[in-house]
Design a protein around this ligand. Structure first.
Ligand SMILES: Nc1nc2c(c(=O)[nH]1)N[C@H]1C(S)=C(S)[C@@H](COP(=O)(O)OP(=O)(O)OC[C@H]3O[C@@H](n4cnc5c(=O)[nH]c(N)nc54)[C@H](O)[C@@H]3O)O[C@H]1N2
Ligand SMILES: Nc1nc2c(c(=O)[nH]1)N[C@H]1C(S)=C(S)[C@@H](COP(=O)(O)OP(=O)(O)OC[C@H]3O[C@@H](n4cnc5c(=O)[nH]c(N)nc54)[C@H](O)[C@@H]3O)O[C@H]1N2
Ligand SMILES: [Mo]
Length: 908
């Protein structure tokens, strides 16, 4: 669309709209309902003009025109409401209705709405002949296929092919007999469908429906707009609620997701209704068995007894109050900004020190360390959606198709438009087939590969001298450092040939606009900070920061890990990464909190806290919405620490592995049961709203923390999350211009926002960096080998990570009906040749042994995994990956090396 305005007449009224607007859009904008079936006004579905349900009359034209594809023209006279146009539209709708089943699958479908709006009740036309294709297919756990309601509009094909770029659905047959098929006409449940449900959301008739909808998708009591509680993409969702239960979910047009969702967001919501939900506070029984991983979450009465809130809070506080440095806290990236803020404030103000951390330590801590060091800010420099304006993008150590699936749809669309995608991962992955270059290099060899790429950029003079001069420092040192890293010297180290390294260097440096996305494969190493330093240097030397289509984007993991970090849930930082060691800054927070001073020494990190428990320095803990008994490295060591504590308070929605060790368990509300703000990977602060009440006596996390603080002797008073937000924003310049009321009204604002009406800056640092002198820095990095080299005893490499359907420690997703049905069993992946050597059939059991421990797990054959590696997801308690992982830390980010351990694999 352009700035040029067009004036025309619509049903006699003079209307002015931007050039390029269609008649349908102009009419829609004025509240007129013209039927439309082949497109959706939500983004992503351009009109096709094929359904003819939107015909209108244009003066001077012989035939009626399809309003959805006809742009308005200056002076055009459009009539939508005369007899001829109305009759034509009604006829189309009537013909479609004639073929609909007598018992509609979805009486609330868009087609039925359109029929009602056009006064079509029955149809005078004969129904079409009996179908030759199988009409009903309930082979999928999440969706039903009802082809007797299909009108061949093709929206499902476009949903699958163009929006999600999955290419599972196609059309078979011709004309009136066309019908959608999955893969090679397989039952949907047997096809390669990943169950994003985009087709269901697009289908206008109920031919494709969520399995939970039977009869009428509008049969709900209310719709609530909120944010998906799973990953850092932060998709906006519409929750449909009946009898205080969520029945189904649709994507809303949020800034990050534009209507799209993935399988977890669309079908994984029902964990909140699981019978294992904690509904009353629990206190460990005096006669309980010794602490250990021995509680059945559905039958805990031998270990715990129910208590009133007052009794439980008294018990929780009794073990914490007055114990100062013996106390530590793990807050939650699954909770809201307000909840994270209160949690760190409680530890600091209540116990006088900074021993408070959360899962960011296990996640992007090293990336953040490198970003703060060299760019001056730990957040992304551009939203992932900016890939729309890029011509080259690197995805390194990240598997977004499974872990940020909605972001991945934008990455795939970028390649369809001709964007060059460079994937760097020791394991093949779903983005590989979209990649211009797929570099399947040696695990842990990132620095050698990246330095070699940068060496070529220097050698061939492909760097951006003007940008370097204007915006950076320490270039001379970086340039000199890179001289030794020739592609020829690095090829044997990283396993990628020199020619490919040169080609990749040329493609990235030659880009008009390039972006770099990275994940856990980069950060979870003892050299994680060095890995990120290289990525930052690579972007800087090519001037690929601060413009449309450029940027550094560590894909943040948890729904609110960005926000929890921003809110100060970090041992060295107060809110907004302001140093706890700075007396002036602490004084500012003392004023805001009306508090005494507390320690000016950085606190202990997640794994340091576990070690301090073993050293008897920390004796009591408050753990909110985090499951360290599964997520920490060398988890037997972590579990022993939890058992050793003399007081553990766990606040969760389920009786997790961590809660097995608790003295007091406080039942919290799940995300869809509370209000509060969360901040996604794009720096978009978004409003979460409660859809259903918490079960039983469960309470919102913020309210529990406030009550506990009061019992610990703090004079706290907050009536609502809005109160907390107002206080939090006082100490956080990043939230300038972003008030609670504004978020409530607008749903999302990106920080920084430069004025009360600025939607926020999608791209930052176009005119310098928030460091002294305004310049970003090059920090040279050397090759450091992974801590544990494979040897004769442990000859292979263990790498751990994630799968699409499961969330981390499984507490939520293994309690979701659909997700658990799709991926029910603990599994690992091995190359088929390795399985053959072991004499194990795919699906058979293997034993994995490292220096820390042993697990037995089912093995899948997967050619994406190289023959000397095994990939193990960490969601399954019965084969917990972290029994095996190496707890050794990166010295800067203090992140463990989850991505590399020497392992022995044997047939079980
Ligand atoms: N379905 C699902 N989605 C999630 C999560 C979940 O649990 N489940 N968790 C969320 C969270 S908190 C996070 S942090 C993100 C994580 O998202 P990702 O970063 O995508 O997560 P991982 O699967 O741990 O690892 C990513 C990739 O790193 C590769 N890798 C392994 N070793 C190396 C190496 O040495 N170098 C390089 N360059 N790559 C390597 C692996 O092969 C893998 O493909 O996902 C978020 N989204
Ligand atoms: N081997 C291995 N280990 C890893 C990783 C890896 O790649 N490999 N990745 C690491 C990374 S990146 C991360 S981020 C961590 C994640 O580690 P954790 O954060 O410990 O994992 P989650 O399972 O997400 O734990 C979240 C907890 O919050 C609870 N919860 C959910 N919603 C709410 C709520 O509204 N209120 C409260 N109070 N509780 C709630 C859930 O039930 C769950 O117990 O794991 C790390 N561990
Ligand atoms: Mo994470």
């Amino acid at each position: 669309m352009t700035d040029t305005q067009i004036t025309f007449t619509l049903d006699g009224d003079t209307v002015t709209v931007p050039e390029g607007t269609t008649i349908w859009e102009a009419a829609h904008g004025r509240g007129l309902t013209i039927p439309h079936l082949c497109h959706k006004p939500a983004p992503g579905y351009r009109p096709d003009g094929n359904c003819r349900a939107c015909m209108v009359e244009v003066a001077g034209e012989r035939t009626l025109v399809a309003s959805c594809i006809r742009p308005v023209a200056e002076g055009m006279q459009v009539t939508t409401n005369n007899d001829r146009a109305t009759r034509a539209r009604k006829m189309v709708v009537e013909m479609l209705m004639a073929d609909q089943p007598d018992q509609p699958h979805d009486a609330g479908s868009h087609l039925h709405d359109m029929a009602a709006a056009n006064g079509v009740t029955g149809s005078r036309l004969p129904p079409k002949d009996a179908q030759t294709v199988p009409l009903l297919d309930n082979s999928h756990v999440a969706m039903s296929v009802n082809l007797d309601a299909c009108i061949q509009c093709g929206l499902c094909v476009r949903a699958c092919r163009e929006v999600q770029v999955n290419d599972v659905i196609g059309m078979a047959g011709r004309g009136h007999d066309a019908y959608p098929v999955f893969d090679m006409d397989d039952p949907m449940g047997d096809s390669s469908c990943v169950a994003c449900g985009e087709c269901v959301q697009a289908c206008p008739t109920g031919a494709l429906l969520p399995a939970t909808v039977t009869g009428d998708s509008t049969d709900f009591d209310r719709e609530v707009a909120s944010i998906c509680p799973f990953c850092g993409v932060g998709c906006q969702v519409s929750l449909k609620v009946k009898d205080d239960r969520i029945t189904h979910v649709e994507g809303l047009n949020g800034p990050a997701n534009e209507g799209r969702l993935c399988v977890k967001g669309r079908f994984g919501f029902d964990y909140i209704h699981h019978p294992h939900r904690l509904t009353r506070p629990l206190i460990r029984r005096d006669d309980a068995p010794a602490k250990g991983l021995n509680v059945d979450p559905g039958n805990w009465a031998t270990h715990f007894r129910e208590a009133t809130w007052d009794e439980a809070l008294d018990a929780a506080a009794a073990g914490l109050r007055g114990r100062g440095v013996e106390v530590a806290g793990f807050g939650s990236a699954k909770c809201t900004n307000e909840e994270a803020y209160l949690f760190q404030k409680l530890i600091r103000q209540g116990f006088g020190h900074n021993n408070v951390d959360h899962c960011t330590r296990l996640c992007h801590a090293s990336s953040v360390a490198a970003l703060i060091e060299n760019v001056g800010s730990g957040a992304v420099t551009a939203t992932f959606n900016e890939i729309e304006n890029a011509d080259v993008a690197i995805v390194i150590g990240a598997n977004p198709v499974e872990n940020h699936p909605v972001a991945a749809t934008y990455f795939k669309q970028f390649t369809q438009r001709g964007g060059k995608l460079i994937v760097m991962d020791p394991r093949g992955q779903a983005l590989s087939r979209f990649a211009t270059h797929m570099l399947q290099f040696r695990p842990g060899a990132d620095v050698s590969l990246l330095n070699a790429i940068m060496h070529v950029i220097v050698e061939e003079n492909l760097y951006d001298q003007q940008y370097i001069d204007a915006y950076t420092e320490n270039w001379a040192a970086e340039k000199a450092h890179l001289a030794a890293f020739t592609p020829e010297a690095m090829a044997p180290v990283c396993g990628i040939d020199a020619g490919t390294i040169r080609a990749v260097a040329r493609d990235f440096a030659g880009a008009r606009a390039g972006m770099i996305f990275w994940g856990m494969g980069v950060s979870q190493h003892i050299h994680g900070t060095d890995n990120s330093r290289c990525l930052i240097s690579l972007a800087l030397m090519c001037g690929q920061v601060g413009r449309p289509g450029t940027g550094l984007h560590p894909l943040r993991g948890q729904n609110n890990v960005q926000g929890a970090s921003d809110a100060g849930l970090i041992p060295m930082f107060l809110p907004d990464y302001q140093s706890v060691t700075d007396d002036t800054i602490r004084a500012e927070f003392q004023a805001i909190w009306n508090s005494d001073d507390w320690s000016g020494k950085a606190g202990l990190t997640v794994t340091e806290i576990i070690d301090a428990i073993h050293a008897d320095k920390i004796k009591a803990m408050y753990v909110q919405g985090e499951n360290p008994a599964m997520s920490d490295p060398d988890v037997d060591h972590a579990r022993d620490a939890l058992a050793r504590l003399d007081h553990l308070v766990v606040q969760d929605i389920f009786l997790t592995e961590t809660a097995n060790y608790a003295d007091v368990i406080l039942p919290a509300s799940a995300f869809y049961e509370k209000s509060g703000t969360v901040t996604n990977t794009n720096r978009q602060v978004q409003m979460g709203r409660p859809a259903v009440p918490p079960p039983g006596e469960a309470r919102e996390d913020w309210a529990i923390t406030v009550a506990l603080a009061q019992k610990c002797g703090l004079n706290w008073h907050y009536d609502s999350p809005a109160d907390v937000y107002a206080e939090m924003a006082r100490g956080m310049p990043s939230l300038d211009n972003i008030t609670w009321d504004r978020l409530a009204a607008e749903g999302a604002v990106t920080y920084p926002s430069l004025s009360p009406t600025d939607p926020g800056q999608a791209i930052v640092f176009g005119d310098g960096f928030p460091r002294d002198g305004g310049r970003a820095r090059f920090t040279p990095a050397n090759v450091v080998a992974p801590d544990e080299a494979p040897d004769a005893e442990y000859p292979m490499v263990l790498t751990t990570g994630r799968q699409l359907e499961h969330w981390h420690t499984g507490s939520m997703t293994r309690r979701s009906r659909v997700l658990d049905a799709v991926e029910p069993q603990a599994n690992c992946s091995l190359h088929p040749a390795t399985l053959r050597k072991l004499g194990v059939e795919p699906g058979g059991m293997v034993t994995l042994t490292t220096r820390r421990g042993t697990v037995q797990v089912m093995a899948r054959a997967d050619r994406a995994v190289s023959p000397d590696m095994v990939f193990l997801p960490f969601a399954y308690v019965e084969a917990a990956a972290n029994i095996l992982t190496n707890p050794v830390l990166d010295p800067f980010g203090k992140i463990p090396e989850f991505k590399f351990a020497a392992v022995r694999v044997t047939a079980a």
